[in-house]
Design a protein around this ligand. Structure first.
Ligand SMILES: C[S@@+](CC[C@H](N)C(=O)[O-])C[C@H]1O[C@@H](n2cnc3c(N)ncnc32)[C@H](O)[C@@H]1O
Length: 232
């Protein structure tokens, strides 16, 4: 879904348009690199990747500087216009070639089986349809291709989950660019047919108060299709 001229002569609106959230996220996320240790998490998320990579919902491009030199090309999909502009600026500052492309996870504008790896970082909370989005990730990965994910989701016990669900039904998605707090990204990957690899729970922030956004998973999954012995 690219921004395109409609037949009427007007310009079609991006399918994801959250100008206030985009401005807020652009500022908050840069601070979180050091304050919440996000830079270190991004480094771990992307370590060891190589070949052609697709990043879904790249935001303002904070992952770009962490791709290893063995990555030949990153196609970074970002639907939100302001965040995409910032991602384009970020792409110009990094050594690995990054092509920033408009589009949504539910209809990726790329060919099937074209990528060695897909990166999902804080995006499954925000897509409109997780099942379709992960179906698309499967389609565009080659057999045996790898998913690297860092996602927040449901966690923290009964009261916290109740709080997450209540916020999801009320204020949170409208305030936070469509984000949901009580999704289960790891179960989503399994249900979509990915084989789960190593993963670890991460609390954000690591110390201090637990927030509805604190419960994160950092890990790896594979599109089935390659014998397990050939994996790194
Ligand atoms: C919390 S931000 C995370 C940005 C970035 N991945 C990061 O790690 O900082 C969520 C991102 O998902 C994008 N997004 C929202 N809905 C999407 C969709 N349907 N398809 C792809 N990206 C989407 C938003 O525009 C935003 O850039």
């Amino acid at each position: 879904m690219r921004l395109s001229s409609a037949g009427s002569g007007t310009v079609a609106r991006s399918p994801v348009h959250h100008p206030l959230f985009a401005r807020y996220y652009a500022r908050l996320s840069v601070g979180a690199e050091t304050r919440l240790g996000m830079a270190g998490i991004r480094e771990r998320l992307l370590a060891g990747l190589s070949g052609r990579v697709i990043e879904i919902g790249a935001g303002n491009g904070l992952n770009f500087g962490h791709y290893p030199a063995a990555v030949a090309e990153v196609v970074a999909i970002e639907p939100e216009p302001l965040l995409r502009k910032l991602a384009l600026e970020s792409a110009l500052r990094v050594p690995v070639p990054v092509d920033v492309v408009p589009g949504v996870a539910e209809a990726l504008p790329v060919k099937s089986e074209a990528f060695d790896a897909a990166v999902l970082s804080l995006v499954l909370c925000s897509v409109r349809d997780v099942t379709r989005a992960l179906g698309e990730v499967r389609r565009v990965l080659r057999p045996g291709g790898e998913v690297r994910f860092f996602e927040h989701g449901r966690g923290g016990g009964r009261m916290m989950v109740l709080t997450q669900r209540t916020l999801d039904r009320t204020l949170w998605p409208a305030m936070s660019g469509g984000c949901h707090l009580a999704r289960d990204p790891v179960a989503g990957l399994r249900d979509a047919g990915f084989e789960l690899g190593p993963q670890r729970r991460v609390l954000l922030p690591e110390r201090g108060p637990r927030l509805p956004t604190s419960y994160c998973a950092l890990g790896t999954a594979w599109r089935p299709g390659e014998p397990a012995g050939r994996r790194p």
